[in-house]
Design a protein around this ligand. Structure first.
Ligand code: GDP
Ligand code: IMO
Ligand code: MG
Length: 427
């Protein structure tokens, strides 16, 4: 049996959480493979909204196993906030959740370092979520990190103290930034006691066995492909591989086990934090998309920058991840528009017209060239059947399929779990 992958194809917040929650009914296991509490995945069930940061979005389904994979970085404090909130509404999280032993831990001092590093960058700051992601992955690749498995070993306290010491030395080289280390450390140690009680697994053996047994597995991506550490808009990226390749290292599965690759695409584009965004709209249309789409971060509450769809960007991320189908979300946000635009080439400063993303999106002037599509100017939120869709909506979707050479299997028309049009079976 193959392992399917679900990833965001833009700069994050494409609606991954909603689609994983819907699809999880069809899977035995949902596995997060990278990122950490910088993610905010929103799920709306029976009018109630839940935001998950570390826990996979299959947690609401009975009989589904949810794994926090080895490639994830875990802040025990955030994890237990999520567990407590889910237990409050009687979701039996502990029965459904497994934690990869090789996942790295975010220490309070990682968050402090994140804040100090961003502060020191001044105007060049990344716009990090300040969840300690960058410093934790730095310690991972620097071979200094602490992992979930370490908390069960007798020398854990000594290892923690050594890493904290190293961080305090580093912090002394940065301009001072306020941080309540004592208070945060106390909460962290309490959460570590809780983490010891959760079910730990060797993610690679667990999934290896599951694949042999024919279990259906979905890998849930966080962030978006344009935030990938290698292929995103570096340095304005996150610190993990958000593309399909990250699934293999993040979960310990072979490339040959990958099946469908489901790319989530918002019907327009958003980005939160710093960095280039060629189709960003600084006018009333940008404001319209922000207001109509409630484009405020699920993790930090920051306003998201908004703009049109960008086919150069989409074709790039589809290529990088071998995307086999698209799920198009937030199409309802365009309901009122007379015309919808999407970039299909850029004119560079030299006058050259390109259809591939240049090396750097912010070093030179780039002017996107747009194609216009007629809007449908009607409410599609309650439509559940493709045949009921206005012709203009179908035309816009078909144009996306044609330009990306990728089928759109599901269309999402509202935040609720059931606001979907299934065009073809996603599996
Ligand atoms: P994620 O990080 O990719 O899971 O996405 P977020 O949860 O950060 O942001 C997506 C936002 O859009 C959330 O508030 C969702 O409830 C909402 N959403 C998802 N799909 C749709 C849709 O089709 N229409 C509308 N109007 N909202 C949606
Ligand atoms: P989900 O999974 C949108 C952005 C931050 C910042 C950059 C680096 O909800 O789609 P980091 O905290 O990783 O050091 O921040 O990446 N970013 C996201 N933007 N959605 C996310 O996750 C994001 N996770 C990180 O805003 O620009
Ligand atoms: Mg999000």
């Amino acid at each position: 049996m193959a392992l399917d992958v679900l990833i965001g194809l833009q700069w994050g917040d494409e609606g991954k959480g909603k689609i994983v929650d819907y699809l999880s009914e069809k899977y035995d296991i949902i596995a997060r493979f990278q990122g950490g509490p910088n993610a905010g995945h929103t799920i709306v069930i029976d009018g109630r909204s839940f935001v998950l940061h570390t826990i996979p979005s299959g947690i609401f389904r009975e009989g589904v196993v949810n794994i926090i994979g080895n490639g994830v970085v875990i802040d025990p404090i955030t994890l237990f906030k999520e567990i407590d909130a889910l237990e409050n509404i009687e979701v039996p999280v502990r029965d459904r959740l497994l934690v990869g032993q090789k996942a790295h831990l975010i220490l309070p001092t990682h968050r402090w370092l994140d804040a100090a590093s961003e502060h020191a960058k001044g105007k060049q700051k990344i716009g990090s979520t300040l969840r300690g992601i960058g410093p934790t992955y730095m310690d991972k690749t620097g071979r200094n990190g602490l992992r979930v498995g370490d908390i069960m070993l007798p020398d854990f306290d000594a290892k923690y103290a050594a890493l904290k010491r190293k961080h305090l030395q580093l912090l002394s080289m940065h301009p001072p930034v306020d941080f309540d280390l004592e208070g945060e450390e106390q909460k962290w140690m309490t959460a570590i006691l809780g983490l010891r009680q959760l079910q730990h697994v060797s993610c690679e053996y667990y999934l290896g066995r599951a694949l042999k047994e024919g279990k259906r597995i979905l890998a849930e991506g966080a962030q978006g492909s344009m935030l990938d550490i290698d292929y995103g808009t570096y340095p304005y990226v996150t610190s993990s591989n958000t593309v399909t390749a990250g699934v293999c290292t993040g979960l310990g599965v072979a490339p040959s086990s990958i099946g469908e690759v489901i790319g989530i695409v918002k019907a327009y584009t958003t980005r939160v934090g710093g960095g280039p965004f060629p189709t960003e709209l600084h006018d009333d249309m940008g404001k319209f998309l922000q207001d109509e789409g409630h484009e405020y971060g699920a993790t930090t509450g920051r306003p998201r920058r908004c703009g049109w769809l960008d086919f150069l960007q989409l074709n790039y991320t589809i290529m990088l991840s071998g995307v086999t189908q698209i799920v198009l979300t937030k199409l309802d946000i365009l309901n009122k528009l007379e015309t919808i635009q999407a970039a299909d080439s850029y004119t560079l400063e030299t006058g050259e017209i390109v259809r591939e993303l240049p090396y750097c999106l912010d070093a030179f002037d780039i002017t996107p060239n747009y194609v216009s599509y007629a809007g449908w100017q009607s409410d599609i939120n309650t439509i559940r059947d493709w045949s009921q869709m206005p012709q203009a909506t179908k035309d816009y979707i078909r144009a996306i399929e044609k330009t990306t050479n990728t089928p759109v299997s599901i269309v999402s028309t509202g935040p609720e779990r059931e606001a979907l049009i299934i065009r073809s079976s996603p599996l």
